[in-house]
Design a protein around this ligand. Structure first.
Ligand code: PRX
Length: 663
């Protein structure tokens, strides 16, 4: 790759909350000629033509794509029915995502190809061919049926990153059950909330999971959750850690090896309507309650497959590794549905990147000869911190392409990733997308896009971004504004589970007819997009979305807390860290209470939401109308001088007090 220019970085957002463009990054990295020769997209013209066709003639474009890339039990009629908010793709058609991931590959003679290479944290290994994976999926699907699950039922999955997690997802898809995967770091309260919101009928979990050599008791957490989840009839439990102390409540709880293992490995995939719900995935929004993002079958499946093939330039001999957890959308789209539909060979890893040592990822890359690595900026920053010696021990010459997701990758991390991991040979695809979008929306295409560190570059075919100001008018290049998507695309969310009002309010009310992403962005002179952070109170901690209000609600649910405000502050490793300002009653604001409150948040939401700083304060800065002025708290939390307008502050002395409390 060529470093065409040198670059420099500025800051991101002004104190007044206005979005200004202060990021100056003009380095340009061209794809290596060798890469381009064999790439899926090998000329700019190919991209431009496809992009224009998808934009101007979407029905024709997507009809061909769907016919070529999915299996149809019954053909669809209308390609896209769109009423400025609700969309249906491939109307009336019948397909099945599990069939597309498994049988379609097997029918094409690829049954003996390796689908999943799995490595557990303790070092145990398994590989599953497409034939073997289908066999396991069919057994699990038959087990689910035996437990009374049928099409349209919701199944919550709370599991370690074992092959059975992917198997459970595909088993649900096979029979038309809707999976709701809950990241295995969430608390019992969070699981129960999700079970109840979705009316889950069944839970799938394991006795425990390995994390940094220790065992976390998953089943125990699930037991606590099930005590508050009246709709769940059965809990299917995988034995992963051989925890003898696990308690099984009969007849509710059943072992995977008792129910799934004896089943036959043959079960025909149910033909499902294109718009049959495939999964719900809960994510944080700007209010406290997590929202269940709904994705349906055909459009999502097609979007995951095609974006995978385009962005990761997939070839037959690739060993592809996405380091995400299936508990997040990245795992859904780029561990399970995208790569498997494309017939890829995927590495799946169960554990921590620093167990038993900080070189575990590089050990895996070397051992399994990984060619494509897709990870998150927060991981890259951790690798930088741990030191180059861990990387230097390993031969990473199998790598040919690197990906990034979850948050913007800062140019420093980008350059390290490029030089140290990619040996200046591998293009980097910085992929921008969201739980709601189902798959990647903007990304370099590695064979043709000259990349700029920190930019997700240009939209994929089918994506029509538009940046608008508060009045909904399009803004000029170089000016920041709200990022919206103008036209429907097959992978878009279909709703928020059980909450139509919130769906409208959140995504469609601000700029009528356009999907509001919640991100700010600007476009530069080359048509490249730069994501500039969120519009709302969502923060991004280690690539995971959390709403500040969610953490505040958890804090105020503690009896000693009268009021709490939570803000994000910049953090070298996590991107953003969580800072909490708390006022208490009837208790001494001391370290003991601080620990108690931190534990309380862990219990309410999970370890990922535990504040990094928690300060006690007598009062919070508020406007005269009683709104907490988070902007000021953000300045205090990040140790900055308070700038911007303070004239709306109800009581100016609050700021002085907060500073005093700090010192
Ligand atoms: O703010 C953007 C940020 O992550 C948000 C979506 O989070 P989530 O739904 O959890 O999905 C994460 C995995 C797709 C976005 O609204 N984000 C994600 N990728 C990028 C990003 N911000 C900048 N650059 C990215 N590549």
């Amino acid at each position: 790759m060529t470093d065409a220019n040198s670059g420099q970085m500025g800051a991101g957002q002004t104190d007044s909350g206005q979005i200004d463009n202060v990021l100056i990054e003009d380095r340009l990295f061209l794809p290596p000629a060798e890469f381009t020769k064999k790439a899926v997209f090998s000329t700019q013209q190919q991209y431009e033509e496809m992009y224009e066709r998808a934009k101007n003639e979407p029905d024709g474009f997507w009809k061909e794509e769907a016919e070529e890339h999915l299996h149809w039990f019954e053909p669809f009629g209308e390609v896209c029915q769109w009423n400025a908010r609700h969309v249906q793709w491939f109307v009336g058609g019948k397909t099945n995502a599990s069939y597309n991931c498994l049988d379609r590959n097997i029918d094409a003679g690829r049954g003996d190809r390796t689908a999943i290479i799995w490595e557990g944290e303790p070092g145990d290994e398994r590989t599953l061919t497409y034939n073997e994976l289908r066999h396991e999926v069919c057994k699990c699907a038959a087990g689910l049926k035996q437990l009374g699950v049928s099409a349209g039922d919701v199944v919550s999955i709370y599991m370690p990153m074992t092959p059975e997690l992917a198997i459970a997802m595909l088993a649900c898809a096979r029979i038309g059950a809707i999976h709701s995967v809950i990241f295995a770091g969430f608390s019992a309260e969070s699981i129960a909330d999700r079970n109840n919101d979705a009316n889950a009928k069944l839970m799938i979990t394991a006795d425990g999971l390995y994390r940094r050599g220790k065992v976390l008791p998953l089943k125990q957490t699930v037991d606590e959750a099930l005590a508050k989840s009246p709709t769940v009839e059965h809990c299917l439990v995988l034995r992963r850690v051989n925890d003898e102390s696990v308690s099984m409540t009969e007849p509710r709880d059943v072992w995977w090896h008792d129910v799934v293992d004896p089943q036959s490995g043959e079960l025909a995939a149910t033909p499902l309507d294109s718009e049959a719900p495939l999964f719900i995935l809960y994510t944080s929004g700007s209010t406290g309650k997590p929202k269940g993002i709904l994705h349906t079958t055909a459009g999502y499946n097609l979007w995951a497959k095609r974006t995978f093939e385009w962005v990761f330039d997939h070839r037959d001999d690739d060993i592809y590794w996405c380091t995400a957890d299936c508990g997040w959308i990245t795992g859904h789209s780029y561990i399970v549905y995208g790569p498997l539909s494309a017939g890829a060979t995927c590495l799946m890893y169960e554990g921590a990147p620093n167990y038993p040592a900080e070189d575990r990822f590089w050990d895996l890359v070397e051992k399994h000869k990984v060619t494509i690595l897709y990870t998150a900026p927060t991981a890259v920053r951790a690798f930088i911190k741990w030191g180059d010696q861990h990387v230097d021990k390993h031969d990473l010459s199998s790598l040919r392409l690197l990906g990034s997701v979850g948050e913007g990758i800062n140019p420093e991390a980008w350059m390290w990733y490029h030089k140290k991991i990619g040996a200046e040979r591998c293009p980097i695809v910085d992929t921008w997308w969201q739980t709601e979008t189902g798959g990647i929306m903007m990304s370099p295409l590695p064979g043709i896009t000259a990349t700029k560190p920190g930019s997700c570059t240009r939209p994929l075919p089918g994506v029509v971004p538009i940046i608008v100001d508060e009045t909904g008018s399009e803004v000029h290049d170089h000016h920041g504004g709200m990022l919206c998507i103008d036209k429907p695309w097959p992978g878009m969310l279909r709703g928020i589970w059980g909450d139509e009002q919130r769906f409208i309010q959140q995504y469609w009310a601000s700029v009528p007819g356009k999907y509001l992403t919640g991100d700010n962005a600007r476009r530069d002179k080359d048509g490249y997009y730069w994501i500039m952070g969120r519009i709302d109170d969502v923060i991004n901690v280690s690539g995971h979305r959390l709403s500040t209000i969610e953490v505040e609600s958890a804090l105020v649910s503690h009896e000693a807390v009268c009021e709490a405000a939570v803000v994000g502050r910049p953090d070298e490793l996590k991107g953003q860290a969580i800072a909490a300002f708390v006022s208490v009653r009837d208790r001494e604001p001391n370290d003991e209470l601080r620990q108690e409150l931190l534990m309380h948040v862990r219990k309410q939401i999970g370890a990922l939401a535990q504040p990094d700083d928690l300060r006690f304060t007598a009062t919070l800065p508020k406007t005269r109308s009683g709104k907490i002025m988070r902007r000021l708290l953000r300045d205090i939390a990040s140790g900055k001088e308070i700038a911007g307008d303070t004239s709306t502050l109800e009581d100016l002395s609050v700021l002085a007090k907060l500073r005093e409390e700090e010192s």
